[in-house]
Design a protein around this ligand. Sequence first.
Ligand code: WQD
Length: 337
Amino acid sequence: MTVLVTGGTGYIGSHTVLALLDAGYEVLVADNFVNSKPEVLHRMAELAGREIPFVRADLCNNKDCDALFSEYSFDAVIHFAGLKAVGESVAKPLEYYSNNLISTLNLLKNMQTHGVRDFVFSSSATVYGDPASVPITEDFPLSVTNPYGRTKLMIEEMLRDLYKAHPEFNIALLRYFNPIGAHKSGRIGEDPFGIPNNLLPYVAQVAVGKLREVSVFGNDYNTPDGTGVRDYIHVLDLAEGHVAALKKLETGCGLVTYNLGTGKGYSVLEVIRAFSKACGKEIPYRITDRRPGDIAQCYADASKAQKELGWQAKYGLDEMCADSWRWQSLNPNGYDE
Ligand code: WQD
């Protein structure tokens, strides 16, 4: 069975491609390197012990997308490709709507034309907005507070409409919580362009000496230590969650939705302490103002994925930080040599 993995050289995509190969799938990776580098592909091949079938393609380009489906054949699609920075989406909404929606529409139209029925979509816990309580189950109300999150919700709605009209599709909506960590080899990991928006890569770059101190965005939230609480999930667990979802689609299950989280929330200060333990250094930080749009708490009830996919996260925060530190310390400049 061959799987088209769009955005397959990205952080989650690269780890998922290796998990798919381990599980015996064949893959075809399509990426335009807007948010990743060709070096990732070399490292993936090194870890897989074989070349990774790859096509450089911009899914927003009709011709590129049509060519992908007419020149190659595959049985399923895992769609990671998309812009994903919340702050950037507020500054550049049209870029986010056009990129994330047009690429997905081009993909789905080609899937329909070529009879490819199984589709795994990279959604996000951001579709829950500011939840009234935690932990969050899949039937919680959906609301979004930024263009990035709105593209995820709009694509989920597109997929629900597609499935209503064409129940022959099998679609998995996977709502990620906060992916962190790196492959055990330390050869692939998270390498955001510019100054990291997310907590973990920022902490890791402070630990490796690239950045001076962590700004803790507020300690006056209604949480145990006042700092934001999130459900951090190891990227290796997330990758396995995609393999489990793909297997579910092969049973002809129709449209399914799952939280991919650990079910446990950790605060910013707990993460900083865990990372300090992992790297053996103090991590300087300063309490600053809240970041606009941030919420106090967000963590998953992950029992539905456990029950229906037989999947659950295996790694805890200490291991996530240790694996993240190995990647960062071995690659202080990420994929730039
Ligand atoms: C985590 C916690 C911050 C940085 C976002 C997207 C979500 C998903 C994951 C794509 C919060 C605090 C952060 C810093 C800090 N992305 N923080 N100092 O905001 O939960 O989720 O990334 O799918 O869709 O919304 O992740 O890592 O930015 O923040 O104090 O320098 O760390 O306030 O409490 P977030 P994050």
